[in-house]
Design a protein around this ligand. Structure first.
Ligand code: ATP
Length: 237
């Protein structure tokens, strides 16, 4: 396609010690795209996000962000380039209010700051609850707060790890709305997700991993029609 490539992961292999967890994994995210990263538990999805963000260093392969080789950069340097990462654990400060949590999220990055008002505009549910302590929020609201915190630093690429895991259906819709609003701002998103319906709603393209390797790449429309792939690698259908 003619889409400008924002992120290019090229044949990275990563490990936590001896055995390889990722073997020659490749993927791309283009300008304005939402890309889904799928696969069963343990397939290597989180490890791929950790490799992109510099939390762990690939043993081989290359990661380019806007044409710059970031493979050897620290997690701090990578975050300063505008790659924001929302971990699966939904890191928020439970004893601080929603608004205080967002203020805390905005102090680190020199690349710029998104205003709290903008974030509230994208996530009205947070605006309604801005005086509440984060510990009083539902799981879904905490997820949105974690996304809001990640967006406080100027974001050129957003990485989300299972943003709808364990959430009630109405809250999943709120998270999907937030993802769509972020995409409308031309911020590309790479999202790890187990819920295929969410992927069908938000994503443009998908990559599937199995045992640390690429096994499928296609558009969402292609995956939707390909029940064999869904059964083989995602255990659904
Ligand atoms: P899940 O949905 O379960 O998080 P995943 O696709 O994100 O699955 P990863 O978390 O990337 O998979 O895990 C890939 C493999 O790496 C698994 O076999 C897992 O046990 C192993 N692994 C993950 N984190 C560590 C770690 N900190 N130390 C050692 N091994 C790890």
């Amino acid at each position: 396609s003619e889409t400008e490539t924002i992120l290019a992961v090229e044949e990275i292999s990563s490990s936590y010690g001896s055995g390889l967890v990722l073997e020659d994994v490749s993927l791309t995210v283009g300008k304005g795209e939402v890309v889904g990263l799928l696969g069963r538990n343990g397939a290597g999805k989180t490890t791929t996000l950790r490799s992109i963000t510099g939390v762990i260093k690939p043993r081989s392969g290359k990661i380019e962000f806007r044409g710059q080789d970031i493979t050897a950069l620290s997690d701090h340097e990578i975050s300063n380039l505008g790659i924001s990462y929302v971990v699966e654990e939904r890191a928020v400060f439970p004893d601080l209010t929603v608004e205080e949590n967002l203020r805390m999220g905005g102090i680190k990055q020199p690349s710029g700051i998104m205003t709290i008002e903008e974030i509230f505009e994208w996530m009205p549910r947070l605006d309604e609850r801005k005086e509440l302590k984060a510990s009083k929020l539902s799981g879904g609201e905490q997820q949105m707060l974690a996304i809001g915190r990640a967006l406080r630093g100027k974001t050129e690429l957003l990485l989300l790890d299972e943003p709808t895991e364990g959430l009630a259906p109405q809250i999943v819709e709120d998270v999907i709305d937030a993802i769509e609003r972020i995409q409308e701002q031309d911020i590309p998103i790479l999202v790890v997700e187990q819920n295929l319906n969410t992927i069908f709603e938000v994503a443009d393209r998908v990559f599937i991993l199995e045992q640390g390797r690429n096994v499928y790449e296609g558009t969402v429309a292609e995956l939707r029609d390909d029940t064999e792939t869904q059964q083989q690698y995602l255990g659904v259908g």
